[in-house]
Design a protein around this ligand. Sequence first.
Ligand code: C5P
Length: 234
Amino acid sequence: MKPTDRIFVALDTTDLDRAVSLANQLVGLVGGVKMGKEFLTAHGPEGVRRVAECGMPIFLDTKFHDIPNTVNSAIRAALPLNPFVINVHASGGSQMMRAAQSAVEEAGDKRPLLIAVTVLTSMSDEDLAEIGMQGLAEDRVVALAKLTQKSGLDGVVCSPLEITAVRKACGQDFKLMVPGIRPAWSVAGDQKRITTPADAVKLGADYLVIGRPITGADDPVKAAQMIADELASV
Ligand code: C5P
């Protein structure tokens, strides 16, 4: 894998033309594009197909969390879009994750990587206590990562601060998709648990989700090039 293949650029916009244009400009500088709730709600499968014309792998950040049968059907409905990665919430439980896993297996050779969101990076220990989950966020992330692995999934989404603990608990083959990436020259914005692209890879991230440092830059191509240069030096 080339260092830049690790980068999924987050196209967090409802502007379809901008998403298509960004994806086309960034070919060769990032490894793929991520479309999440904002884009998917605005433009659905047609929008995904338009962006996919850039030829890069697609990460459908669906974050499904529902009863097993519904999640199974929703994932099957997404398979014709040929995603490279698709995801669910680990807190949906092992039955829901197994139902999701059995859906991706229907894609055979074209099976997407199925990963799970552990604890949203926006949730603090206090936020978890508020919904009846006592203890440290990191302990919950590790417990949910283990459950995800036991349920047969390929990996998890976790913050840079949890890479080391999840790697230790789940081993080298478990895929870690890491948002909260901020190059030294960029602003943190609302992300709190952050690290640089180079440090995330050194800690053991397989894939990096990077949004605003690229998409919010005056020159997104130059920003992506600077990140590519940083990764090449790792
Ligand atoms: O702009 P920024 O680099 O902060 O974008 C990060 C992306 O990663 C956003 O699309 C956000 O929804 C996503 N994400 C995250 N934390 C998670 C899961 C996904 O920031 N735990």
